[in-house]
Structures are given as C-alpha cells and as structure tokens.
Design a protein around this ligand. Structure first.
Ligand code: PNS
Length: 168
C-alpha cells in the first residue's frame, strides 16, 4: 500500500486571484501528500487575467510560506503533460457545489486517459462554497468588502491594482 506522504500531488488552477477557498484546499492537500505543487496555469479559455502569472505565483508563495512541502510553479500546455513531467501521481481539485462536479468529472477522465493520473477531489469548506476568483474580483472592483474571502497578501495586491487603475 502506498503511503500518501510519499506521493507528489499537483493542484492546478488560474488563481486569478487566489482565494481563501484555494488556500484551504492547499492546506488540507498539503497535509495528505508528501509534496504539493500549486501549478498556476495560463488558461486560454479565460479572458485576460487581472494578475500576471508572476503576481499570482508570488501571492500564493506569500500565503504558503509556512507550508514546507508546498511548491508554487506555473506551466503552459496540457496539465496531463505537466503532471507526468513532474512525476506527480495525483491531481487535486476542489469542489464547491454539485455543478462543479459535472465539468470536473469529464476533465478528470480526460486527464486519466492522457496520463494515467488520478484526480482526487476535496470538498470546499462550506464557508467558501460561494467563493470564486471571478466573484471576488467583481465585488471588489465594484467597491464591496472581500477581506474575509481572500488572504491578506492578495487583498494588498488587489488594493494596489485598484489604485493603479484609478490613476490611469
Ligand atoms: O482555476 P481554473 O481556471 O478553473 O482551472 C482550470 C485548469 C487550469 C485546471 C484547467 O483549465 C487546465 O487543466 N488547464 C490546462 C490545459 C489542459 O490540460 N486542458 C485540458 C483539460 S482536460
């Protein structure tokens, strides 16, 4: 039997920006596996991101500096290829609501067909079941308070970004 602590897992996502829901999944997955790679992805399906890849990586690094078995990277291209290159055995995904499962199921099956890697799902903590990067951005830029929904380093960079947008 395999000990989960010997297994390397990959948690992929756009993280534009990372939320407390993402951080909760990272912390819980890091407790289950030997090493967790948080992989920031350029998602061509999504419109222009608010944060650059480097900013997203930096924000996550800042949030996980107390988790020694978490590494933050980015990749382009197929997740299945990246997972194989990294010799990872598991893809981690968070599920907030049942509708997430519908799209995640076909993605998981495709990734398994491509790379023979399994996807394991963590249910989001119910405090964050309504939290997504897109809803956080929308509320924040319309003046709403999202401080309880994102980690402090993210809040700071969002505020800086908003200030820049106001002066340009
Ligand atoms: O945070 P997101 O944008 O919902 O994450 C989606 C992500 C980045 C995990 C997904 O788009 C992905 O895996 N992209 C990499 C490209 C890929 O492998 N596409 C085929 C998936 S079957």
């Amino acid at each position: 039997m395999n000990d989960g602590r010997a297994v390397r897992a990959v948690y992929p996502g756009s993280f534009d920006p990372p939320t407390n829901g993402h951080l909760d999944v990272i912390e819980r997955a890091a407790g289950c596996f030997g090493e967790l790679i948080v992989a920031v992805v350029v998602n061509p399906q999504k419109r222009e991101p608010m944060f650059t890849l480097e900013e997203r990586e930096e924000m996550i690094r800042d949030c996980v500096k107390n988790l020694p078995n978490v590494r933050v990277e980015h990749f382009r291209g197929l997740l299945a290829d990246y997972v194989r290159e990294q010799h990872a055995a598991v893809i981690i995904k968070g599920l907030r609501v049942v509708s997430d499962f519908e799209s995640e199921m076909s993605t998981a099956l495709m990734n398994r067909a491509l790379s023979d890697v399994d996807t394991m799902f963590l249910m989001s903590d119910q405090r964050y079941s309504f939290v997504s990067s897109s809803i956080v951005k929308e509320v924040f830029f319309l003046g709403g308070d999202v401080a309880a929904l994102v980690p402090d380093p993210v809040m700071r960079l969002m505020a800086a970004k908003r200030a820049t947008l106001r002066t340009t």
